[in-house]
Design a protein around this ligand. Structure first.
Ligand SMILES: [Zn+2]
Length: 341
């Protein structure tokens, strides 16, 4: 994911104690709004703006706040809050409903968030289903140098499972050997295991052989023809139809929450893999893969690299490189669950 730092309003100076927001109050949608820069400054937060997803991320130690443009639901450490109005962009400046400070940030930062523990914590209350793509006669992407998707993603998934298992996290694999498993069966496993997280692991292929890097998908509407073609490849001969996601009890908030959490995880995975394996970050993308549409917990599909690229496919054939990818994915997952503690 590409984040651009947005400059803090020129001339703004903070005179009061930390956490005191000095700013003019604006009014949109019948609610009071404040300039996001003043919040960032007052709490000494890190601020990132994703211009593609139109999502703002404010971070302080032990605290992460996510807001989407024109959306009144905000997520603080994975918990969803409804504001009186949506995040708005006016004249190049983001304005947030005053409630974001009064009801959300103050709760976590001034009083300290009782839900955030300093300790690394024990992840044994959480369960992840790891889904190595393809298998058996379904080989997935191939390169004439011998690299094939089903083998590479199985090995990476097993390495991820081994690392995660040491944290106490409960790990279930949809396949742990070279067998064919239907997409429906993979989703059944995630549901029947009542997993907290579903993560499908794939390797990419593109007509442009020069393309490299990691990208992680969450459920959503594909924004490019390239993504649509990846959907078709990964879902094989399944009729995609237009059966939009219809998760069990997901109302508007649950569904929004699921998407936010999925994006959060996707962002962590990309960032951590970039750190561990020095690959290009192609960002968090939206697609309607079968396994994302038909699971009802936060779910991502990681494309660990491009089998179609000569150099990257050779790297993926190396055990130590797959280990680095696995370590990155695992630390993204661990970061995600630690926020839930
Ligand atoms: Zn695949």
């Amino acid at each position: 994911m590409v984040f651009f730092a947005v400059s803090v309003t020129a001339g703004f100076s903070l005179k009061g104690p930390a956490g005191v927001v000095e700013t003019n109050v604006h009014r949109y949608y019948g609610a009071q709004y404040i300039d996001i820069n003043s919040i960032v400054k007052a709490f000494g937060m890190e601020f990132c703006w994703d211009p593609v997803l139109k999502e703002a991320k404010l971070e302080a130690p032990g605290f992460v706040l996510l807001m989407s443009l024109n959306n009144k639901y905000v997520s603080a450490n994975g918990k969803t809050f409804e504001m009186r109005g949506p995040l708005v962009l006016r004249g190049g400046i983001l304005y947030v409903p005053a409630g974001v400070k009064e009801q959300v940030i103050d709760l976590y930062i001034k009083t300290g968030n009782p839900a955030v523990k300093e300790e690394a914590g024990d992840l044994r209350n959480f369960k992840i289903v790891i889904d190595p793509g393809h298998g058996g006669e379904n080989i997935g992407a191939r390169n004439k140098n011998g690299a094939n998707e089903k083998t590479i993603v199985l090995d990476i998934s097993k390495k991820v499972a081994a690392i995660l298992g040491k944290t106490g996290l409960r790990v279930v694999m949809t396949r742990d050997k070279d067998v064919f498993v239907t997409l429906a069966k993979r989703c059944d496993i995630a549901r029947s295991e009542k997993a907290d997280l579903f993560m499908s692991v794939h390797a990419n292929s593109a007509p442009a052989k020069s393309v490299t890097g990691i990208e992680t998908f969450v459920l959503g509407v594909p924004t490019s023809e390239i993504v649509k073609s990846i959907e078709e490849i990964e879902d094989g001969d399944l009729a995609l139809g237009d059966s939009a996601y219809q998760g069990g009890s997901s109302g508007q908030v649950d569904s929004a929450r699921r998407k936010r959490l999925s994006k959060r995880l996707a962002c962590f995975i990309n960032e951590e893999v970039v750190k561990s394996a020095q690959v290009k970050n192609r960002g968090v993308k939206e697609a309607r893969f079968y396994v994302l549409r038909n699971t009802d917990m936060p779910a991502v599909l990681v494309e660990v690299g491009f089998i179609s690229n000569a150099d990257e496919s050779v790297l993926l054939l190396h055990e130590d490189y797959r280990q680095k990818i696995a370590e990155g994915i695992a630390s993204g997952v661990i970061k995600y669950f630690r926020e839930m503690l």
